[in-house]
Write a protein that binds this ligand. Structure first.
Ligand SMILES: [Zn+2]
Length: 325
């Protein structure tokens, strides 16, 4: 691996702020403002390729979602506000924000597959990993990472891997790729916890059997447990799968400061875990997509730690020595 810095793509658009939360909701626009301040402080814009999002096309969305659901959302959401379930709100411009979140993630993937960037981060709202093929839930309207994975496949990527380190299990992503052998879905998550899925024996079905890997973590687990699981399970699985593209469902609610769960990752852990993923996928590009993370400081500093690890040289011997190729 080269010791030179890598080209990073970044997407952080104002349209994501237009998904305006009801008072007191944890999935709030201020999350993205906190990240933006940290990205500014880190000087990333001086070096990164900045992408401006565009809405996902109907065909891109249909690769992951049922036409019936898309018809309903297109009809009911624009210009309106309300809830699709107790947790999942929408504001007048939420549908536009959701289309841009998915479309922006697709663009990042396209630039990564074209070789314009080595790694990228789509810092978007609303998040996506709970949205199933036919049902929005858990703060998520459209499954950004799933739409992007299918777009990557359509563009010629033979195998796509998704590592989801959000505190919560990405039930929507698992559901969409349940029978798909060409997209490996790997999740660490607090378990048992919302949304209830993600047991270790959920491994996919049919042709997709074995292409879903769930690594449930007990409440209280922290850096040491995650380092172990990434070194012993996720690294080897990624090496064996040899994806053309790695997507990270990058939620930061497993941070010790987060108010929603009981996992205890430090900010530095997100740097080290990102290095482990880079080490495991070799030259394949990596695109991170923002999911959860509800403590502003934990969210923003952890996002920065991940970006620094995506961008910088893969130098830390501690990351590669213990499990060399
Ligand atoms: Zn989460």
């Amino acid at each position: 691996m080269s010791a030179t810095a890598r080209r990073l793509g970044l997407l952080l658009d104002d349209i994501s702020l237009e998904h305006a939360e009801p008072a007191g909701h944890p999935e709030r626009a201020e999350r993205l403002r906190a990240i933006a301040r940290e990205v500014d402080a880190g000087g990333f814009w001086d070096r990164a390729l900045r992408l401006r999002s565009r809405p996902a096309t109907r065909a891109e969305l249909e690769a992951a979602h049922a036409p019936k659901l898309l018809d309903l959302l297109e009809r009911e959401l624009p210009g309106q506000e309300g809830h699709v379930d107790a947790d999942t709100y929408f504001a007048p411009r939420s549908w536009e924000a959701a289309l841009h979140a998915a479309g922006g993630t697709v663009q990042m993937v396209e630039r990564a597959l074209a070789g314009d960037i080595d790694a990228g981060a789509a810092l978007v709202r609303p998040p996506g990993h709970h949205a199933t093929g036919d049902r929005p839930m858990g703060f998520c309207l459209v499954n950004n990472v799933a739409v992007a994975a299918r777009a990557a496949r359509a563009q010629g990527a033979k195998r796509v891997a998704i590592v989801d380190w959000d505190l919560h299990h990405g039930n929507g992503t698992q559901d969409i790729f349940w029978e798909d052998p060409d997209v490996l879905y790997v999740s660490t998550h607090q378990y048992p916890f919302y949304p209830g899925t993600g047991a270790v024996d959920e491994i996919g079905e049919g042709a997709g059997r074995g292409a879903t890997i769930n690594l449930p973590m007990p409440a209280g687990a922290g850096d040491a447990e995650y380092e172990h699981v990434f070194a012993r399970a996720i690294g080897p699985a990624l090496r064996a799968y040899a994806p053309d593209l790695l997507l990270i469902s990058a939620g930061f609610d497993a941070h010790v400061r987060d108010p929603l769960g009981q996992l205890r990752l430090s900010t530095g852990a997100f740097h080290r875990l990102t290095h482990r993923l880079r080490d495991a996928v070799g030259a394949a590009p990596i695109v991170a997509v923002l999911e959860g993370g509800y403590d502003l400081e934990g969210l923003a500093t952890s996002t920065r730690a991940m970006l620094e690890a995506l961008e910088g040289p893969l130098a830390a011997p501690a990351c590669s020595q213990t499990h060399g190729r």
